[in-house]
Write a protein that binds this ligand. Structure first.
Ligand SMILES: [Zn+2]
Length: 261
């Protein structure tokens, strides 16, 4: 069991890099990279003081581009829990170009980052890692400004509607949400989180899988998945979600429904 959300400012070692190095090393065990076997971990400190853990996820039988990177995981978890901004990012490997682009959607180019890779230590910022960005996100706006509903859903239709409304889709204007129902009735939401460069976008499936992994649950617990997207969508996640379900939760029911209104 891994704790993916660490309580606010309780790290006695907040300023101690060897302790961070050890924490990141331990968190790598929660990664699920069956293809590369390369484990990455990340901790994003939220403005609230809470810390969100991220690890990389790969999915057998799926296109390699469906992979979730640790930095995306941590940011998505912060989004799921209503965090409004980040103050620091710790990561166990140098962020790839894809993640640098994704992180621009925080609207916080000066975000401080500490990379602790093996014996290497790099103190940097997002802007230093991506000095000439392709970005449309303005400072102070971004994917962590989409707040969660305070209403606890009791049925799948309400849950997936809430998930779709929590999407960050300023570029396509095509909200999309996905809800899993697990064997014990637990409902797990995921929302589309777009990148201006499109490809680093986190689809609703990956967002829901991040949520599932963060609760230390397994894919074979999924009994139902409902995807909600706009009618006649210019962007659709239905086919790729169905493909993932066929590989990883073949017994589960899957349906795609239309966003009301
Ligand atoms: Zn990456």
């Amino acid at each position: 069991m891994t704790d993916f959300i660490l309580p606010a400012r309780t790290f006695p070692f907040f300023q101690q890099l060897p302790a961070w190095r050890e924490l990141l090393e331990n968190l790598k065990q929660a990664a699920r990279p069956p293809v590369s076997l390369f484990r990455v971990s990340c901790v994003a400190i939220g403005k609230s003081g809470k810390a969100y853990v991220g690890v990389n996820l790969e999915f057998e039988g799926m296109p390699i581009g469906e992979t979730v990177h640790a930095e995306q995981f941590a940011v998505c978890l912060a989004h799921l829990h209503g965090e409004t901004g980040l103050t620091h990012l710790f990561v166990s490997a140098m962020p790839c170009g894809h993640c640098r682009q994704f992180l621009m959607e925080l609207g916080h180019p000066t975000l401080p980052m500490t990379v602790l890779e093996g014996e290497k230590e790099v103190q940097t910022t997002l802007a230093q890692l991506l000095p000439y960005p392709f970005t449309l996100a303005r400072p102070g706006t971004g994917m962590l400004q989409v707040m969660p509903s305070t209403v606890q859903p009791t049925d799948m239709a309400t849950a997936v509607h809430q998930a779709a409304l929590r999407s960050y889709t300023p570029y396509t204007k095509q909200p999309a949400g996905l809800t899993f129902r697990l064997k014990d009735g637990t409902m797990i939401n995921g929302s589309s989180l777009e990148s201006a460069a499109y490809n680093p976008t986190l689809p609703p499936l990956q967002s829901a899988l991040i949520h599932l992994v963060s609760l230390n649950r397994t894919y074979d617990e999924i009994v139902e998945a409902v995807l909600m997207e706009t009618s006649a969508p210019a962007v659709s996640y239905a086919e790729i979600t169905q493909k993932w379900m066929a590989h990883h939760a073949p017994e589960a029911l899957f349906r795609a429904i239309t966003l009301p209104g």
